[in-house]
Design a protein around this ligand. Structure first.
Ligand SMILES: Nc1nc2c(c(=O)[nH]1)N[C@H]1C(S)=C(S)[C@@H](COP(=O)(O)O)O[C@H]1N2
Ligand SMILES: [Mo]
Length: 304
């Protein structure tokens, strides 16, 4: 199989178990020698990946939130097969140099796909570790050219009630929408994911492309994107429209700021079983070192 990735040890090339063990052993070796620099570029895992044990493909694809296919956790896995994802035109506009409609397959060819193993924390206090494949949103934004007046990026999901059975109910004001401040969007951790475990993105996880912002609650990671717009005003976002008191624009993972109806101090890792101990939730979901500077001087209780 041709290596389409920046790093060699990916889930697509070997069995998950083998890759995981190799990676662990390799990283332990590198640490023992105290020499990260001995890592050959070919073997270097992404500097942004966690070495925590990923959840299984089965777990990641059978317990989902994707209201376009129903509100139950197994609804997306049951209903999302109805979605057709080819062709998949994406409208990119607003404050950009090269606005237009870009076909997903063409756009993907222009991007460097790499693997990123990220923690993923839903606002409902469950979490998982996912080996995503994708490209940095910054690369896409650079390709279309962000105009200097742009301050935010707005995203929309497809509206197609014929194929998205949940859109026949007004659970969310469709389309599902999300937004990021431009510096958040340009951060190297911010990924446009096109797959999991080296496979194309399963429909229930947001085929063919979805956002992944690992330091924010999962709902910011909007699925099945068809529209991207650069704006100079803070865009409307779905959960904030539904309940502004409970869901702010930023929605950074913060164990110190509880949801009005539950604590955010700990989380349940998927696959741990019913009686598994909850694990502590980390500030910015463990990405504090990388992203805290984006919020310097901001009151994170007010800007939740
Ligand atoms: N379009 C769309 N995107 C969405 C959602 C949704 O309902 N519709 N749910 C969000 C929520 S609440 C979470 S936790 C994640 C879940 O991603 P996963 O199913 O891949 O775990 O997707 C987010 N993106
Ligand atoms: Mo979520």
């Amino acid at each position: 199989m041709a290596n389409r990735f920046k790093s060699d040890l990916t889930w697509g090339d070997v069995t998950p178990e083998t890759a995981f063990l190799n990676r662990r052993a390799f990283m332990a070796g590198a640490t023992a020698l105290g020499a990260g620099s001995i890592m050959s570029p070919a073997l270097a895992a992404s500097q942004y990946s966690t070495d925590e044990e990923p959840n299984t493909f089965e777990q990641i694809t059978s317990y989902n939130n994707f209201y376009e296919f129903g509100t139950g956790k197994t609804d997306p896995a049951e209903n999302a097969h109805a979605l057709t994802t080819n062709p998949w035109p994406i409208e990119i506009g607003g404050l950009v140099e090269k606005p237009g409609t870009y076909e997903f397959e063409d756009l993907k060819k222009e991007m460097t796909i790499e693997e990123r193993i990220y923690r993923f924390r839903c606002v409902e206090a469950w979490s998982m570790v996912v080996p995503w494949n994708g490209f940095e949103l910054a690369d896409l934004l650079d390709m279309v050219g962000v105009k200097p007046e742009a301050k935010y990026v707005y995203f929309e999901t497809l509206v197609r009630p014929d194929e998205m059975i949940g859109q026949n109910w007004n659970t969310v004001p469709w389309p599902y929408r999300e937004g990021l401040r431009l510096d958040e969007a340009m951060h190297p951790l911010t990924l446009v994911a096109t797959g999991i475990y080296g496979k194309d993105m399963p429909n229930q996880n947001g085929a063919p492309l979805r956002l992944v912002v690992p330091w924010k609650y999962g709902f910011k990671s909007i699925k099945s994107i068809v529209k991207i717009e650069l704006t100079d005003k803070q865009p409307e976002t779905s959960w904030n429209m539904i309940n502004a008191r409970e869901y702010g624009f930023y929605s950074n993972v913060n164990p110190e700021v509880d949801h009005p109806r539950w604590s955010q101090a700990s989380e349940r890792r998927l696959g741990g079983g019913l009686f598994a101990k909850r694990i502590p939730t980390l500030m910015f979901n463990g990405y504090e070192e990388e992203v805290a500077s984006l919020y310097e001087g901001m009151d994170l209780r007010k800007n939740y």
